[in-house]
Design a protein around this ligand. Structure first.
Ligand code: SDX
Length: 428
């Protein structure tokens, strides 16, 4: 498309190229706006209308509720692929052959040992520490053991860094849970698949054998796939902007973990369960919480509802809602919280406030119900989100560095005091 956008400022017209993506999305290329106009910039708090990059990793259509990783639909990937296949697809751009997948898995296993000094770091945390803060710290601490920032010009060095963090991260995730529970740390078992190993490290007690449950394996594999990437969400953008200063991969990931922790982002899955528990304690009075969510004077929001991009059902929420019924049924778990969630969803979808604002359940609304049925503590829910999102963050970071993108440094519109002379303290 050679068309252009024309902006008129104080009677002068300026033209800027229109860029068209592979899904026919259109962007105004304003790379020369400030220089062309002598200093005019755009302002867009929260970047609701502003693209930060071109990317070929994940495509979302918020109006149609479409999510695709490298062109493959989330529905098909959740049904037909496993998490490591999807991780490979997101990071390297193609679904792996059996040989590539076997090598990827073997190299991840080869790099899954965590230096015992990391144990000393985790031991320094009180049991009361939130596991997201611990996970972010441990991930950044890995840099101490691999100090040289990865040479992104070398495919080999990049690959080594990727399998290193893909191998060690699940161990750190499991250790965060074991630390809170006062259980000994488990180093995992190379004879197990990726997800089986995560479950064993999390749940095997030292005094008895651990029996793998295929329902849990399948549920966790699907949940990790559904959380694996989501284009330029808050935490992925944080990973990109941190990495754009050429900070290393591990510390960039640590910054993404911190961003994900927030209750408006990944922390919502914990906040949803706490909200549903509160409603249950309140005798299931969903109307009271709906009223609070609509009350502008009340900071309360219906957690797990709404989305910056999806103005239709989050396709992941549909899949997770179905999986919740299946998993709880297979595990023989009766959880009144699921019924409260379904009741709340039904009410919200019929409520004018929610309909007008196109607020639908998002990925976080049902996921915690499955995690809880699996025996995962509520404070670990966002850590599980991070485990799923790891390959997405890696893919975003790698794409940004391989494309040699410039350091992220937004402009601002200054609205503070204009020049004033200094006043000595006796004159203030
Ligand atoms: C994730 O970006 C991603 O892709 C994220 C994610 C990923 O995979 O990485 O999908 C994961 O973070 C999912 C979102 C999890 N967060 C929550 O569930 C928290 C609750 N939801 C929100 O706080 C909110 O919906 C956001 C943060 C998700 C999106 O907020 P926006 O896009 O900035 O929208 P907004 O805050 O400007 O809200 C628009 C209107 C406002 O009302 P008005 O001022 O127009 O009257 O909708 C209202 C808001 O008050 N609103 C809500 C609401 N969400 C928005 N009102 C009540 N409850 C809610 N949940």
């Amino acid at each position: 498309m050679s068309e252009k956008a024309t902006i008129e400022i104080k009677g002068k017209k300026y033209e800027f190229p229109l860029l068209v993506g592979s899904e026919n999305e259109v962007a105004i290329d304003i790379k020369t706006l400030r220089s062309d106009t002598g200093g005019v910039i755009t302002l867009d708090p929260g970047y609701k209308n502003t693209g930060s990059c071109e990317s070929s990793i994940t495509f979302l259509d918020g109006e149609k509720g479409i999510l695709r990783y490298r062109g493959y639909s989330i529905e098909e990937l959740a049904e037909k692929a496993d998490f490591l296949e999807v991780a490979y697809l997101l990071i390297f751009g193609e679904l792996p052959t059996q040989e590539q997948l076997d090598k990827f898995e073997a190299d991840i296993k080869e790099n899954s040992l965590v230096d015992d000094d990391i144990r000393k770091i985790i031991d320094a945390f009180p049991k009361s520490a939130h596991p997201m803060g611990v996970l972010s710290s441990l991930t950044a601490a890995l840099t101490a053991f691999y100090p040289r920032s990865v040479d992104v010009t070398s495919e080999e060095a990049m690959y080594k860094s990727i399998v290193r963090i893909m191998g060690k991260f699940p161990v750190l995730v499991a250790w965060c849970m074991r630390k809170k529970q006062g259980l000994p740390l488990d180093y995992g078992d190379d004879n197990l698949g990726y997800v089986e190993n995560v479950l064993k490290m999390m749940f095997k007690n030292p005094n008895r054998d651990y029996e793998q449950n295929p329902v849990l394996i399948d549920a966790l594999d699907k949940l990790l796939i559904l959380h694996a990437d989501h284009e330029q969400n808050c935490s992925a953008s944080t990973v990109r902007i941190t990495g754009s200063s050429h900070a290393g991969l591990f510390v960039s990931l640590a910054s993404g973990i911190s961003a994900l922790w927030g209750p408006l982002h990944g922390g919502a899955n914990q906040a949803v369960l706490e909200m549903l528990e509160a409603i249950k304690e309140d005798g299931g009075d969903t109307k009271k919480y709906m009223a609070k969510a609509k009350d502008k004077n009340d900071p309360f929001r219906l957690m797990g509802f709404g989305h910056r991009v999806y103005k239709n059902f989050d396709p992941r929420a549909r899949i997770i809602k179905k999986a919740a019924d299946e998993v709880l049924g297979d595990l023989g778990v009766e959880d009144p919280i699921l019924d409260i969630a379904k009741g709340l969803e039904k009410e919200a979808l019929q409520d004018q406030y929610f309909v007008d604002r196109k607020l639908y359940p998002n990925v976080d609304f049902y996921s915690g119900i499955i995690y809880r049925a699996m025996g995962i503590p509520v404070e670990m829910f966002t850590v599980m989100f991070a485990l799923g999102r790891l390959p997405g963050w890696i893919a975003q970071w790698r794409e940004m560095r391989m494309r040699k993108e410039p350091i992220g440094r937004p402009r601002q519109l200054y609205t503070g005091a204009t020049y004033r002379e200094f006043k000595t303290i006796d004159k203030r």
